[in-house]
Structure formats: C-alpha cells, structure tokens
Design a protein around this ligand. Sequence first.
Ligand code: OAD
Length: 251
Amino acid sequence: MTGGESARGLDDARRRLERARRVAVLTGAGISAESGLPTFRDPQGLWQRFRPEELATPQAYAHDPERVWAWYASRYRAACAARPSRAHELLVELEREKGEGFLLVTQNVDGLHARAGSRRVVELHGSLHRARCERCAERFPLPPPEAFTPPPYCPRCGGRARPDVVWFGELLPAEAYLQAEEAFRHAEVALVVGTSAVVEPAASLGRLARACGAYLVEVNPQQTPLSALAHLSLRCGATEGLQALLGEDCP
Ligand code: OAD
C-alpha cells in the first residue's frame, strides 16, 4: 500500500470498523477493474473511448436504439464472463459480520456483488442483466448471453424493452436512493471504494455520512473530491485496501 496513511490511522479505522454496528459501503467501477472490467474515467476507461451522450442518454436511445443496445449487450457479455474479485468477496464477509446494520450501495451495473454473494445490495444505476419494457415498464432478466440478440421484447405485453440502467439525465430509482441515503445517514463507518466520486447523487453519499458523524474511509489509488473529507484514504486497489481494513493478510 502506498501513500501517506499512518499505521495508526489504519489501526484506528480497523478498530472502528470492527466495533461498528452500522456500516455503509459505496462502490464504483474501480472494484470491478480487479475483475477485468473497464472503469469509465481512467485512461483506459469507457468514457475515453466512447461518448456518453451517444450511448447513455434517453436521446441517444431514441436516435439509435440498435447502437445503444449493441453497446449494452457487449457490456452484458463482458460482465457475465467476469468473475467477482477478492474485493467483492471481502464485502460479502463484512456483510455476514454486520448483518442488518450493513448496506452495500453500488453504482456498478455488472451484477458482480450479487454473484459474489452479497445480499444487502442496492444497485443505484440499475443492472446490465435486466431490461425494462418501454410500453408497460415490466422489468425482466435478459436471456443468457449466448441466447441473447437485442432488442429484447417484454414477456408480458410484447413491447420493445430498453436496458434497465440509469442514463444521464434520468432520475435514480427513488426507493433505492432513499435506502442508500438512510444507510449513509446512520452509518458509524462509511467505506467508499473505487469511485471517482464525481457523479451525483451517488457521490454525495460519502459527504452525507461524514456530515452525520460517520468515520469515512476511502479506498482508491487516485485522489478524488472525497479525499479531503475522508478520515483515512487508502491509496491502493480495492482488494489491497479491503484486506488491510479487514485484517486479512495479503498473499
Ligand atoms: P469512474 O471510472 O468514474 O471511477 C473509477 C475510480 O476507480 C477512479 O477513481 C479510479 O482511480 C478507481 N480505481 C481504478 N482502479 C481501481 C482499483 N483496482 N481499486 C480501487 N479503485 C480503483 O467510475 P465510477 O466512479 O463508478 O454511471 O463512475 C460513476 C458513474 O459514472 C458510473 O456508474 C457510470 C458512469 O458514467 C452511469 O452510467 C449512469
């Protein structure tokens, strides 16, 4: 682990995490980078190669649904082919320790937290694994990648369906966000792992927790707008940072 965090800071964070009954975690694309999926804003990130306004807005979909579906279908295939990392697994272990006092909030749409075994998960930006009917709003799982040719059609009404993800300019699912806000407002320890913390309103969850008195830990190899607020910033990858926090020896 690099960076200037002191051993005392890490010990303190570990102790607080161990004792905390209410823990809220926010993850972003950085945690899935360790499963081989690209992030958005890093040098090799998706938004360096693609223009969000051409792929991730309602206008883009209205203009060229085939192109938008082709992009989401390729990300769906990549997500299905990926495996959860040790970092994903460590969050499953933390959930088992904390039980009802734990909530994992993710901006990721790849489904890797659920596949690792996390159950108390809120997916703020939707899921690559589902579609939503444009006519009746029914949500349904996509067929396995090898059997999937976009666009999917609604099993209930036969209408064409769109990816069940949140696009720029759209609101987050209200219930999911309220649940996330509640968890961060009451958290004793808040962990923010692998997000650039620039997309609202997810980015504000760390600030909310801090303002409400939580001990805030960030795990990210790069500085983010949240770093200045964090009690401890671990400048390393998600697995290394979570191993350090949870007291697991690095291999
Ligand atoms: P970003 O690509 O903005 O940020 C990824 C973060 O992960 C960066 O801060 C990296 O430094 C960090 N990172 C890279 N490798 C890491 C590793 N091994 N371990 C830990 N951290 C690492 O991705 P998000 O913050 O998730 O929204 O982006 C937020 C939202 O913007 C996404 O959900 C997506 C995007 O537009 C929508 O599509 C609606």
